[in-house]
Write a protein that binds this ligand. Structure first.
Ligand SMILES: *Cc1c(COP(=O)(O)O)cnc(C)c1O
Length: 377
């Protein structure tokens, strides 16, 4: 079955009770038992809920995993999954990891004795050099945020195999439609389903997907123990959202290519970071591991005045955090995702005061270009 078909038919598609073409919202917390000796599969909704399960089964199929667990947010998925590690364990993490992941690693997991070393993951030698005897995991994101830096996932997975440690990949920017890290021999795929997977900017959700059943059992144990699973209403909305993932990604990506081509010849645009461009340093590696460059990119403008004018005068692309919705979203990493970093540290990472990130939605690309044109001036 190809992915477009899996999106529609990959998970449970029919309600067994009624034949309804979809799994209903089981807005219920507990289940009646009939035997004192054998409780049925469902007993309490922190552990199991049929609507959540339908979503989990669908995402597991899309990523090529044996098991997916759905969480109340991307950060709930990431934090719960990181609880498989123990005090004394060490992690190697890409240095431009999502801000929320950086925060839990550097302020919470560090306090519990799980330490991280942040490295430039575009360089496999830097990953390997950071591995210590107590290293238990390599945590990656590719393309990264906001500079769209690319990590060689096959190479990183091979390093993890060689050292007998776990590789984790946040696949939010790509979605399983464009990139499937488990097929490249990575161990755990993480998602903020809030973004492209749900795609309508109306739900927070997250996923952890694995091939190894024992790893799945361990994450599931913590999900139930912590109570970080996704609620039934949000599971239903995400199930509905994901069905159109292919058509949304295809159109958003096509729009992105058109906008990038237009920005490239704009005199006020000084650089564009997008793995779809042949001159992008990660272009070849990205094409070897993903089926498309996606619908998020960042670019630099000639001055702070131009940047401010663009952000404040863009009418179609909303000036907001987040990405991956049907509507275009323009964001300002220096004051949004990376505001917590000191200015020098930020600039050293390339996150300047003239960098903006665009998540391209489903509007007509000509309208988006006209709007950007009037805003940039
Ligand atoms: C948004 C995001 C997250 C966090 O997800 P939430 O659903 O907001 O908790 C994690 N990783 C990436 C790459 C993201 O864009």
């Amino acid at each position: 079955m190809k992915l477009a078909t899996k999106l529609i038919h990959g998970g449970p598609t029919v309600d067994q009770q009624t034949g309804a073409l979809g799994v209903p919202i089981y807005q219920i917390s507990t289940y009646r038992q009939t035997s004192v000796d054998h409780f049925s599969k469902y007993d309490y909704a922190r552990g199991d809920n049929p609507t959540r399960e339908a979503l989990e089964d669908t995402i597991a199929v899309l990523e090529g995993g044996t098991r997916c667990l759905a969480f109340a947010s991307g950060m709930a998925a990431i934090s719960t999954t990181l609880m498989i590690f123990s005090p004394g364990d060490h992690l190697v993490v890409c240095d431009d990891v999502y801000g929320g992941a950086y925060r839990v690693l550097s302020t919470i997991f560090s306090r519990m004795g799980i330490l991280s070393t942040f490295v430039d993951a575009t360089n496999l030698a830097a990953i390997e050099a950071a591995v210590r005897p107590e290293t238990k995991g390599i945590y990656l994101e590719t393309p990264s945020n906001p500079l769209l830096k690319v990590t060689d996932l096959r190479g990183a997975a091979a390093i993890a195999r060689r050292h007998g440690i776990i590789s984790l990949v946040d696949n939010t920017f790509m979605t399983p439609y464009l990139q499937r890290p488990l097929e490249l021999d990575c161990d755990i795929v993480l998602h903020s389903g809030t973004k492209f997977i749900n795609g309508h900017s109306d739900v927070l959700c997250g996923f952890a997907v694995v091939r190894d059943t024992e790893l799945g059992r361990r994450i599931r144990y913590i999900q139930n123990a912590f109570g970080t699973g996704l609620g039934p209403q949000d599971s239903f909305l995400t199930l509905r959202g994901v069905k159109t993932l292919k058509v949304r990604m295809d159109q958003s990506q096509q729009n992105t290519l058109k906008i990038v081509a237009w920005l490239k010849q704009h005199p006020r645009v000084t650089a564009i970071h997008y793995p779809g461009l042949p001159e992008h340093p990660g272009h070849v590696i990205h094409n070897s591991q993903a089926d498309g460059p996606g619908a998020v990119f960042s670019f630099e403008l000639d001055s702070y005045e131009t940047t401010k004018r663009l952000l404040e005068n863009s009418h179609l692309a909303a000036f907001a955090v987040s990405l991956g919705g049907v509507e275009s979203i323009i964001s300002y990493p220096a004051k949004m995702s990376h505001a917590a970093l000191p200015k020098e540290e930020r600039e050293r990472k390339g996150i300047t005061d003239t960098l903006v990130r665009l998540s391209v939605g489903l509007e007509d690309p000509d309208d988006l270009i006209a709007d950007l044109q009037q805003a940039i001036g």
